[in-house]
Ligand binder design. Structure first.
Ligand SMILES: Cc1cc2nc3c(=O)[nH]c(=O)nc-3n(C[C@H](O)[C@H](O)[C@H](O)COP(=O)(O)O)c2cc1C
Length: 233
């Protein structure tokens, strides 16, 4: 199993630690590629919309390409972000902005429809659930059919401060998430993903997409005819 971990922070605190525990539990002959933000992608979207013409036209594509290629090759994506002001960290938000072209309403990527993702956040007290939801909503809109959210209040500013009782709970919860991922071999594409895709397909057919190039992309994939991204070619 190939795993890509995208950390919305440079430091190795509680949130990173939980992602790391989970990745270890999925061990076997898995390959893990790990990124830290902003260390590995230190940009904000500049709103030029060049990516709507072609993904590669983003001014930051050379730095984004390794993420994109690794994500395409991965079976499982793990996103981690501490909760900051009841939201994902700013670097994680910047990352999602930089990949907004992945949204189904623009240029969905076929390979995303066969992936799993886990989104992890910690908060001192409140907001981890909201943080995981905001990130998971993006991934659902990328077409990833199975997104597991894990948000937990750790009552701490770093991993060393996390009470033993909470660490025990994290062990138990990550065991459960790892077992669930290992148990299911086939990714199930549910009605929500299919429904969203068909809705955006309707928009492209009605010429309500963002550009001519975008519609052409849909046409080239065969999605305006019979092909569907979750079906084998
Ligand atoms: C800028 C900033 C904003 C924060 N906002 C919240 C918050 O909204 N809710 C909360 O419960 N904790 C908040 N915290 C605390 C962190 O979410 C918490 O300590 C988290 O476990 C840190 O994860 P880390 O160890 O991976 O850095 C905030 C911390 C910082 C530095």
């Amino acid at each position: 199993m190939k795993i890509v971990v995208i950390n919305g922070q440079n430091h190795k605190g509680s949130t990173w630690k939980i992602g790391n525990i989970l990745a270890d539990k999925l061990s076997g002959d898995q390959e893990i590629r790990e990124y830290f933000l902003p260390r590995d992608l230190n940009h904000f979207c500049c709103g030029c919309y060049s990516c709507l013409e072609a993904r590669e036209r983003c001014p930051y594509w050379s730095e984004k390409a390794p993420f994109f290629e690794d994500m395409l090759a991965a079976d499982l994506l793990i996103f981690t972000s501490p909760t900051y002001c009841m939201m994902p960290s700013a670097p994680m938000k910047a990352f999602l902005d930089l990949f907004f072209t992945n949204w189904m309403m623009h240029r969905p990527v076929k390979d995303m429809f066969s992936k799993r993702a886990v989104v992890i956040s910690t908060a001192a007290g409140a907001g981890a659930g909201k943080t995981t939801k905001l990130i998971a909503d993006n991934l659902m809109n990328w077409g990833i059919p199975e997104v597991t959210r894990y948000g937990i209040a750790v009552n701490a500013m770093n991993w060393e401060m996390v009470p033993e009782k909470i660490k025990t709970r994290i062990e138990r919860d990550t065991d459960r998430i790892a077992a669930k991922i290992q148990r299911k071999k086939q990714v199930h594409v549910g009605i929500k993903t299919k429904g969203l895709f068909l809705f955006y397909r309707g928009m492209q057919l009605a010429d309500w997409g963002a550009s001519k190039a975008e519609k052409q992309y849909w046409e080239e994939q065969g999605w305006l005819s019979k092909a569907r991204p979750w079906k084998k070619d």
